[in-house]
Design a protein around this ligand. Structure first.
Ligand code: EPZ
Length: 422
């Protein structure tokens, strides 16, 4: 398994291109199932998770072509061979559950393996199930699979989510586009990736209003056409790389980054004393003198502070002046980066969903273990600021969500390389 070796201490100077959003692309790809005509996605990120979704769609009979070195995905589901999302693929990536709504809408039946838990939590799919049942489908959980059928097609309904769920909102939105009648999704997730999905579905002929707000209304149509759609910029990659100059010092411009997609995160960074500005070409971040100030963080559904940036922010707070309290309100087990950061000299106390971080002057490099996607990159950020060498093992987690991290950071002056570990 590969590892990433880095020597901290150098301030960063340079520019980092921000790719298309993983979590937008993972819901845009299954949308191809809603139409027999081709769907082309541009500005696609080149990530392991995208290749896994492509593998899943191909197992259903979708033709997937990765053009322009993977930046363009040409998808065609003229005919489907199967409506079964097999455990062998689903267990690699939870987002596989996003084929459920489109398959029910297109074919009237689906068998989707339960994703199983992952490092950050149990990750149930009860809200996805509830949404499909509200649209008239019958679902049965058997042998680890959700067996779903809608023999009379889907019909519009009011779907009132008891809690915000990004994936369940996406499944409901996609399924509702082909349901008979009107669907209203209440307490809908408001993430920018959902607004991006709605824009793509509208290009395909769907009738949708209210995306980005807590209430989305969809008028079902008989069929959807093909489309070409650019994947929105990745706000989580953006936030991650904004933290690099914040923790290491220096100035970095994140090309293609859009500050309007991460206002709550950017506000926290500025509260900590980091300079953040939107330029014509992206987002410029600099920290020139002295340590950042400790700030408190509370993760919440969009537009709150993104849970996907909590681990990375904790790395910065480990070097801040003062005490920071980070509350993780979305997932039940998303502090696994804490013990690894403590190996680097961080002072962190975790009690349930709350981590209290007392900043230290300098972290010290150490061998550490990546446990999940965002924890991995939090350790790399810490390594940029630590004295000496840090070796981050099991970086396959990293490759699921970040394109060539080492190249992007090395281009800004970081001493970082990928090594083959035995
Ligand atoms: C999406 O996951 C993202 N993944 C996650 O990013 C992100 O952390 C999460 O939204 C929250 O923003 C993709 O978009 C592919 P949820 P999702 O449904 O849809 C509970 C990353 O690092 N819940 O909004 O699975 C759930 O357990 C990944 O890129 C239920 O109880 O998240 C969690 O506690 C990690 N029942 C909370 O809701 C359900 O049926 C939010 O989950 C569904 C979810």
């Amino acid at each position: 398994m590969d590892a990433i070796r880095l020597c901290g201490g150098a301030a960063l100077e340079g520019r980092i291109p921000i790719a298309g959003a993983k979590n937008a692309c993972l819901t845009l790809m299954p949308a191809t199932l809603l139409s027999e005509e081709p769907l082309t996605l541009t500005n696609a990120p080149r990530l392991a998770d995208i290749r896994t979704m492509a593998e899943l769609l191909e197992s259903l009979g979708v033709e997937v072509s990765m053009l322009q070195d993977g930046r363009v995905l040409a998808l065609s589901s003229l005919s489907l061979d199967s409506t079964r999302a097999d455990y062998e693929i689903v267990r690699k990536m939870r987002a596989s559950v996003l084929v459920l709504g489109p398959l029910l809408a297109r074919a009237g039946h689906a068998e989707v393996s339960l994703p199983g838990g992952c490092a950050i939590g149990a990750r149930p799919v009860d809200l996805h199930q509830m949404a499909m049942e509200r649209l008239g489908a019958e679902l049965e959980l058997r042998d680890g699979y959700l067996h779903a059928k809608a023999p009379r097609g889907l019909r519009g309904a009011v779907i009132d989510f008891p809690m915000v769920s990004v994936g369940a909102t996406e499944n409901a939105l996609m399924a509702a586009t082909l349901a008979r009648g009107t669907t209203v999704i209440r307490n809908a997730a408001r993430e920018p990736e959902i607004a991006d999905l709605a824009r793509c579905l509208r290009r395909m002929g769907a009738q949708i209003e209210g995306e980005g707000s807590a209430e989305i209304t969809i008028e079902g149509v008989d069929r959807l056409s093909g489309a070409t759609h650019p994947v929105v910029a990745d706000r989580i990659e953006l936030g991650t790389y904004m933290l690099a100059p914040a923790i290491a010092g220096g100035e970095v411009e994140c090309l293609g980054g859009r500050l309007d997609l991460i206002e709550s995160f950017a506000d926290k960074l500025m509260e900590a004393g980091v300079d953040v500005v939107q330029t014509q070409s992206g987002v410029k971040v600099s920290r020139r003198n002295g340590r950042v100030r400790a700030v408190d963080v509370l993760t919440a559904p969009y537009p709150g502070f993104p849970t996907d940036l909590q681990a990375q922010m904790m790395a910065l707070m480990c070097t801040a002046e003062g005490v920071s309290v980070l509350e993780e309100r979305i997932f039940e087990n998303r502090f696994m980066h804490a013990p690894e950061l403590m190996r680097m000299g961080a002072r962190i106390e975790v009690h349930g969903g709350t981590a209290t971080v007392t900043g230290v002057e300098r972290l010290r490099g150490a061998p550490v273990m990546a446990t999940d996607l965002r924890a991995s990159v939090s350790l790399i950020l810490a390594g940029l600021a630590a004295e000496g060498e840090t070796m981050v093992n099991r970086v396959y987690h990293l490759d699921r969500g970040y394109e060539s991290v080492e190249q992007k950071l090395r281009a800004c002056g970081a001493t970082i390389e990928r090594v083959k570990s035995e």
